[in-house]
Design a binder for this molecule. Structure first.
Ligand SMILES: [Zn+2]
Length: 312
């Protein structure tokens, strides 16, 4: 079983232009760090449009071709940071729901909302109850804390509906995104105040992975995904293996999920290449670090299948 538990289906009109500029600048910086140069305009005009897939055709094609059994889709809401996009949040969420209806065996689509929207609770309730979305994705780096009372109103609804939460953690995103909101320590309140909520901390909390592993080691309703660590896996394999081993030792094999953050990092490593890298860990890990087949199977799909099983 292979499940990508962290994927963003994206379309130009779902997000404000400011967001695409931010993604372009992240690419610019990422490429510079790798010794590659490409003008910002070229990135925006040629690279960014390759990610747009509003109908999900490219995603489904990639899944069928490469044996990816299921993909968890995470929408995003940038309204307060950049202004409303050309196409409303409702349209984005309905497009996610539509793709899930078309491919119920392949797609697990979540909802999202910025909790500062005045109708945030109502949006989440409609998205899950009426449109059939299977959980909630939060992106606090747009400027809110997960333990803020406004976020709590939304989380109360999510807990009441009995669906899981994915929360982006870590110091991700170029300006104007703010890393401080992604500190996993703010999830400590959520974990304790919502003991029945299943929470996945996305990205192993870049920059704070050790803190996340210690926090999660002592609380049991939180897991993490390994999305967007492909650059470390590719260019510093020993470090990647060390961090993943650390995650497994602290959280156990049942609380670490495979995820990619694609299409944003697909240019660096495809979903299949990242999955193959994880599959090969028992044979290919560096001296002194070991992984078992059981751990690999749990990460690649069994854990995500369990979290979403009763909801899909
Ligand atoms: Zn993401």
């Amino acid at each position: 079983m292979l499940i990508d538990a962290h994927y963003h289906l994206v379309a130009e009109e779902w997000y404000p232009e400011g967001w695409w500029q931010t993604v372009s600048s992240m690419y610019l910086n990422g490429m510079k760090a790798l010794g590659m140069e490409m003008p910002m305009d070229t990135i925006r005009q040629t690279l960014i449009p390759t990610m747009w897939d509003p109908e999900g055709e490219a995603l489904i094609n990639d899944m069928v071709t490469n044996g990816i059994d299921k993909t968890v889709l995470l929408p995003m809401d940038y309204w307060l940071m950049y202004g409303e996009p050309k196409s409303s949040l409702e349209k984005q969420l309905k497009a996610y729901a539509k793709l899930q209806r078309k491919h119920p065996d392949k797609i697990i689509a979540l909802a999202t909302v910025d909790p500062r929207r005045p109708d945030a609770v109502k949006i989440v309730e409609r998205a899950i109850k009426e449109w059939g979305l299977k959980g909630l994705n939060l992106y606090p780096q747009t400027g809110f804390f997960v333990n803020d009372p406004k976020t709590y109103h939304v989380l109360e609804k999510v807990a009441e509906l009995g669906v899981p939460l994915t929360c982006h953690t870590g110091q991700l995103g170029a300006a104007p995104l703010r890393g401080k909101y992604g500190d996993p320590i703010y999830l400590d309140d959520v974990i304790q105040d919502f003991p029945n909520l299943t929470i996945t901390a996305g990205h192993m909390a870049f920059g704070w992975h050790e803190q996340l592993f210690y926090l999660a080691g002592l609380k049991y309703n939180i897991m993490t995904d390994i999305s967007a660590w492909q650059d470390v896996a590719k260019f510093n394999f020993r470090k990647f293996c060390t961090v993943l081993r650390n995650a497994l030792d602290r959280l156990g094999k049942d609380r670490v999920l495979f995820g990619t953050d694609n299409p944003f990092v697909a240019a660096l490593m495809s979903t299949k290449e990242y999955a193959d890298l994880i599959k090969g860990l028992p044979q290919n890990s560096p001296d002194g670090i070991t992984f078992t087949e059981d751990e690999v199977n749990a990460i690649l799909g069994d854990n995500a299948a369990r979290i979403f099983s009763s909801k899909s």
